[in-house]
Design a protein around this ligand. Structure first.
Ligand SMILES: Nc1nc2c(ncn2[C@@H]2O[C@H](COP(=O)(O)OP(=O)(O)O)[C@@H](O)[C@H]2O)c(=O)[nH]1
Ligand SMILES: [Mg+2]
Length: 300
């Protein structure tokens, strides 16, 4: 909670983010875990995450009633068009870091960012791969996406053999957005793309926590090539992150996760012990999208 006597400094700019990723990559769980922010660590640099609107209040309900009850969320309904999907707006309050926010730090003030996110259904990645048969629904998502200022691309880090499929979809996404934004070079340059690998509490990702570039190079080389090309063509910023909405548990940390299914698309299951549920790395990509800066305290 923020103090009424020493209100936080609001960082400028309200990034309008679109969340894109295959079905089951963890998009809704990411947003729900962020909004709910269970078992906040008093030593964490993140002071609080607060809903700003009714839609994000509903996310908290989903997290509390479904995830914290050890169940899976239903898939997101594709909706009639992009405008029928909710935009979730959250306020994230952080303890300042002298290096990034010297004035706030010296005044002992918190800093606050406001992020607005709209999640697209995973099906659009499939539609993007077969763009020739493009539907009016896909076009409505692409038109909406072109109005945003940044992308949060969520990929299940445990997925196998999906690299080329994702890369193909992302290449087409880049081309479609380029067609829609081609005259606006400032917009292109200011675009920020965060590629976030979810479910990183899983054993096969743990050894890469400190070496994400090596991970991307090894596991998602085609995605890496497309993202590099995208950055060069637009002159925009791109970055990679790991996160886990479920986190770990115990002194010798183990995934706080009970597995139901593992297949080539990824890993699916439920929270093992909701009482100690504490997400990892959810704020780092949003902070980077908002400020263009990295805060090492937020990274895992
Ligand atoms: N192991 C693990 N599984 C997760 C995590 N986040 C999501 N999942 C799993 O992925 C499934 C799909 O997540 P969801 O957010 O509904 O996917 P969406 O289709 O991208 O919105 C969930 O039901 C969980 O089983 C995570 O942090 N760790
Ligand atoms: Mg969803």
């Amino acid at each position: 909670m923020t103090s009424a006597f020493n209100p936080p400094v609001d960082l400028p700019g309200n990034q309008d983010i679109r969340i894109i990723g295959p079905r089951g990559s963890g998009k809704t769980v990411f947003m729900a875990a962020l909004a709910y922010w269970p078992n906040a660590d008093p030593n964490s640099p993140i002071q609080s995450v607060d809903p700003y609107d009714n839609a994000s209040g509903e996310l908290i309900g989903m997290a509390r009633d479904i995830l914290a009850d050890g169940r899976q969320l239903p898939p997101t309904d594709p909706g009639e068009n992009a405008d029928s999907l909710p935009i979730y707006t959250l306020l994230i309050t952080l303890k300042p870091r002298l290096l990034n926010h010297p004035i706030a730090a010296l005044k002992n003030k918190s800093i606050r960012i406001q992020v607005s996110c709209r999640e697209y259904p995973g099906e659009i990645l499939k539609d993007l791969r077969n763009i020739s048969s493009s539907s009016s629904l896909l076009n409505s998502y692409l038109d909406d996406c072109a109005t945003a200022s940044s992308l949060l691309l969520l990929i299940d880090g445990t997925a196998n053999k999906s690299d080329k499929d994702y890369a193909q979809a992302l290449e087409n996404l880049q081309k479609q957005l380029s067609d829609r934004l081609s005259l606006d070079t400032t917009r292109l340059r200011n675009y920020r793309i965060a590629v976030v690998f979810t479910k990183c509490e899983q054993a096969q990702l743990r050894s890469y926590w400190k070496d994400i570039n090596n991970f991307v190079n090894w596991k998602f080389p085609a995605v890496q090539t497309v993202v590099n090309k995208w950055r060069t063509l637009w002159g925009c910023s791109t970055n990679y992150f790991f996160c886990s909405a479920f986190g770990t548990k115990g002194i010798n940390p183990q995934p706080n996760f009970k597995i139901n299914v593992r297949n080539k698309d990824g890993t699916y299951g439920v929270i093992d012990n909701p009482k100690v549920w504490r997400p990892l790395g959810l704020v780092a990509p949003l902070y980077w999208i908002q400020t263009g800066q990295e805060d090492p305290r937020l990274k895992i």
